[in-house]
Ligand binder design. Structure first.
Ligand code: SAM
Ligand code: SF4
Ligand code: SF4
Length: 371
């Protein structure tokens, strides 16, 4: 059952109205009240569930932490996934990736199929290279709400950065997806382009806007300024030369306006002094393929494991409560993760895009292979 009151608008996804179930809507109202009070223990459940179904990827993009860190291959089983069921029912946003490639996950389709009984917005980000016609048809049939496609290089240069991929394959796959959507008369999945900007890739930003127009990306282009996970990336961050990046961002914004392509910069460093709270550990729960549960997509602190405790017990465990108490404070009591947050668009600090350079391990069992 759903309610018209819940024609909800959310952040970057705000051009698409999604109808949510009554139970998810009620939960979201309570969650909003509780998060504003920064309560450590919650009666509400998370409104957003991020699930890494596999930690595999078919590519090794040069700018991605996959090229700097290694991880033991793991997959979330359907049995483990179903341990989340009481939370899946009441969430508004179900995200089927965190750091890897969701189209490599064996459980992607059973998991999406299971979730069709809940009225929630489903979403993942992909390099779209494994997207066959059959996969496109299944995604459309299962009503995937949003799909983000990551690309910041176009033409022959693509394969040098998206190692293991081919640009002609990407174009062909997106053409087929649009064909399938048309044939099935479906606006879903709504498409968005994710553009990771480095000094070199930002030269392609206008090309990305034209690409988004060509392939009918109704959700436009979202720019993520690269965060440095290796020393060789420090010179690529926005902070290394703000004027340089601003010049390309301004040009791209102008073209996007002309072509009517939504365009925005995530964690916009141009607004980085704005003070905001981080509510992620109140709003979300983040599951790794080995069943470990994290309080946000950045933290390296494990709150518990699905195979050892129920998700309800983990959500309000002493560890989770302690973590929540130490997010929106300053000083030595603040969580280390929060002080050095690389997801600073969720937090009140200036950008911290070099903070991962020194990390030997990352959340999710990633260990460094390259400085
Ligand atoms: C890690 S990928 C995982 C999902 C999928 N494989 C994809 O590429 O969309 C998610 C997003 O992170 C971005 N990304 C990867 N490395 C990054 C970095 N060092 N800084 C900022 N964004 C990065 C990618 O461009 C992509 O849009
Ligand atoms: S496709 Fe995504 S996860 Fe894979 S290496 Fe590229 S950015 Fe990283
Ligand atoms: S500030 Fe960063 S590390 Fe801390 S909870 Fe928020 S997203 Fe996670």
């Amino acid at each position: 059952m759903s309610t018209d009151l819940e024609m909800q608008v959310q952040k970057s996804l705000d051009r698409v109205k999604v109808q949510f179930s009554e139970v998810a809507s009620k939960n979201a109202v309570l969650n909003d009240i509780e998060k504003r009070q920064l309560l450590p223990a919650l009666k509400s459940k998370p409104i957003r569930i991020r699930m890494e179904l596999t930690n595999e990827c078919n590519l090794r993009c040069v700018f991605c932490y996959k090229s700097y860190f290694n991880v033991k291959k793991q997959d979330l089983s359907m049995e483990e996934f179903l341990k989340l069921d009481s939370f899946l029912k009441e969430a508004k946003f179900l995200t089927f990736f965190t750091k890897s490639e969701p189209l490599m996950a064996q459980t992607l389709f059973p998991a999406l199929e299971h979730c069709t009984q809940y009225e929630a917005a489903t979403y993942f980000s992909t390099n779209a290279i494994p997207l066959t016609r059959e996969i496109s048809e299944r995604l459309v049939d299962l009503g995937l709400t949003f799909m983000q496609v990551s690309v910041n290089v176009f033409g022959d240069e693509y394969a040098k950065v998206y190692r293991g991929g081919k640009f002609s394959q990407l174009e062909e796959n997106l053409g087929i997806l649009n064909e399938v959507k048309r044939a099935k008369n479906s606006a879903k999945p709504h498409l968005r382009l994710s553009f990771c900007s480095t000094k070199k890739s930002v030269l392609n930003l206008e090309e990305a806007i034209r690409f988004a127009k060509k392939f009918e990306f109704s959700q436009g282009v979202q720019v993520t300024p690269v965060f440095a996970v290796g020393e060789d990336q420090i010179n690529d961050t926005y902070e290394s030369d703000p004027q340089y990046f601003d010049c390309y961002y301004d040009r791209a914004r102008k073209l996007a306006n002309e072509l009517e392509i939504p365009f925005w910069i995530i964690s916009n460093p141009q607004n980085s002094l704005e003070e905001v709270y981080c509510y992620d550990p109140w709003e979300s729960i983040n599951i790794e393929p080995n069943g470990d549960v994290y309080p946000c997509s950045v933290s390296s602190q494990v709150m518990g494991n699905l195979n050892e405790k129920s998700i309800e017990d983990i959500w309000n465990s002493p560890r989770y409560q302690e973590f929540r108490k130490r997010v929106n404070i300053t000083g030595p009591e603040q969580n280390d993760d929060c002080r050095n947050c690389i997801n600073c668009h969720l937090h009140h600090m200036k950008t911290a895009s070099n903070s991962a350079v020194e990390r030997k391990v990352m959340g999710g069992g990633y260990y460094r292979i390259k400085k």
